[in-house]
Design a protein around this ligand. Structure first.
Ligand code: FE2
Length: 239
C-alpha cells in the first residue's frame, strides 16, 4: 500500500466515526464495557425464594386474639388442670405379677363372681397429649382376695387406641389382709420406660389404713343402676 492509499483509508475511517450518530457510538462503547463473565441466573426472579407464609397454625399468645379452630375430625384435647398433668406416681409391683399374660380388654369369663366393673380412661404425656399404642397391663385378685398365680385369671394387657384410650371389663377386686382394695397396673409408652403402679377406689374405707395407698392414684368410682361400677382414671407418663 502506498502513502496515498494509506492516507485515503485513514480519512475514510475518521469520516465514518465523525458521521456516526451519537447513540450508535455510545452503544458501541457500552457494549465493550459490559461484564460478559458475570452469571445472570442469580438475579433471575425465579431463583428468589417465595415470601414466607404467615404461621397461621401457631396459637396466638395474645389472649385478645381468637384461638385457632381445632380440626373437626380430631378428638378434643383433654382438659388438664393444675394437678392432673403431673406424672402418675410409681408404686411397688408386689409379689404377684405374671409376665406373658394374654392381650385382652375383658377379664370376664363364664362362671366368674363379683361386682362387674368397667375401668377406663386415657394414657397421656405431661403435655396432656394422648399416647397411642401405649401398653396397659392389669392384674388384680379375685372377688375373695386371692391371686391366680398359676394361670392368667384377672390378668391381661392391652394397647391404647389412636386417642390414647383404654378400657377393661372386670370385677371389683376383693380385699386381702394388710391392703385396701386396689388394682395393679403397668403402663408403657412405645419405647419408653415402664411405669408400675396401683389404682385405688374412691370412698373405700380401708384406704385410710393402707400405708401404700396414695390419693393421687384413686379412680373415680361410680355406681350404675345394674349394680355394676365404673372406674375412671387417666395415666400421665413422664414422657
Ligand atoms: Fe395386690
Amino acid at each position: 500500500m502506498n502513502n496515498l492509499q494509506t492516507l485515503v483509508t485513514r480519512r475514510a475511517f475518521l469520516y465514518t466515526l465523525l458521521t456516526m450518530p451519537p447513540a450508535m457510538f455510545l452503544a458501541a462503547c457500552a457494549q465493550q464495557v459490559q461484564p460478559t463473565a458475570v452469571p445472570t441466573h442469580a438475579a433471575q426472579p425465579t431463583s428468589v425464594p417465595p415470601p414466607a407464609t404467615p404461621p397461621t397454625a401457631i396459637p396466638s399468645a395474645n389472649p385478645s386474639q381468637p384461638t385457632p379452630t381445632p380440626v373437626a375430625q380430631l378428638e378434643p384435647t383433654p382438659a388438664c388442670g393444675d394437678d392432673d398433668d403431673d406424672p402418675t406416681p410409681a408404686q411397688t409391683e408386689g409379689p404377684y405379677y405374671t409376665p406373658g399374660n394374654p392381650e385382652r380388654t375383658s377379664f370376664l369369663e363364664p362362671g366368674v363372681t363379683g361386682t362387674k366393673m368397667l375401668v377406663s380412661g386415657l394414657v397421656l404425656n405431661t403435655n396432656c397429649e394422648p399416647i397411642a399404642r401405649a401398653l396397659v397391663d392389669f392384674w388384680h385378685c379375685d372377688d375373695a382376695g386371692v391371686y391366680d398365680n398359676v394361670g392368667f385369671k384377672w390378668r391381661g394387657h392391652q394397647f391404647t387406641d389412636e386417642q390414647g384410650r383404654y378400657h377393661l371389663e372386670t370385677i371389683q377386686p376383693g380385699i386381702y389382709p394388710g391392703r385396701t382394695r386396689h388394682i395393679h397396673v403397668k403402663v408403657q409408652a412405645p419405647n419408653k420406660p415402664v411405669l408400675t403402679t396401683q389404682l385405688y377406689f374412691s370412698n373405700e374405707p380401708r384406704n385410710a389404713n393402707d400405708g401404700i395407698y396414695r390419693p393421687e392414684l384413686e379412680m373415680t368410682v361410680t355406681d350404675n343402676a345394674d349394680n355394676s361400677k365404673n372406674g375412671a382414671f387417666n395415666f400421665v407418663l413422664n414422657v
